[in-house]
Design a binder for this molecule. Sequence first.
Ligand SMILES: [Zn+2]
Length: 290
Amino acid sequence: MSRITWPNGARCAAAITFDMDADSLIHVSTGDGWRRSYPVSMGRYGPTVAIPRIVETYRRLGLKQSFFIPGWCLETYPDAVETILRGDHEIGCHGWIHENPLNRTRDEQAADLDRALAAFDRVVGVRPIGYRAPVYQVTEHTVALLLERGFVYESSMMADDLPYLLRTSAGDLVEIPPHWGTDDWPPFAHYEEIGYMMPVRGPSEGLAPFFEEFEAAYETGGFWMAVVHPFLTGRLARWRVMERWLEQTLNRGDVWFATLGEIAAHVIAERDRGAEIRAEDFPYYTEPQT
Ligand SMILES: [Zn+2]
């Protein structure tokens, strides 16, 4: 396994990333989402109740972390954005209204990105350097579109335990890989309208695999990242479990909690000083395989 040396002698890098989807999903997945007040309310819990709770925990623990937000959510929930920015956290791009890039042409994907970036200009005041594709669906066009717009990293693909590089004819994009073992959709999502009905786990049981994944990353000097959602893991009891774990893990003193922007900058600095960072050529395929 290739190694990345982390700053200040840290043994392991770690990040909790929140995708603040709010109620975007119900609008893109049904034609009448605006009438479905219960799932709208479930999504609204994220920006209105969970975000202030999460940001307060980070303030108390001195953490700066990353949030991925669709452009439509930036415009619909500016108070949540302000709360996140007041905590000095990073906001990355997560599409316009959580549209699935697989259902979009190259030109449509470009237009979605540009519409989201215009929302960043209006609501955030700075352009994002990081992107996570809605439903993780990076297509053959996505990386080139991101590089054209000055993005530095992407966080949707799963080809390694450690950050790696997506090598294209137009340059490298850092990939900061998630995986399903540390995503809160399987243990906690129960969302009939979008066809996702999981048996909901108890808070400790549902988050235990995340922490088991962390121990492996810690032992090997690797990287751990949670991909979680304010309306799921930001709920009262689940966040209490995560908060206790954060306190214990920070007490170890040798875990580097950082934003993905900081981690991407570190990977680029390591590459530039000649460290061996694994790279994958992208796109993987340019035509159907038969
Ligand atoms: Zn999402």
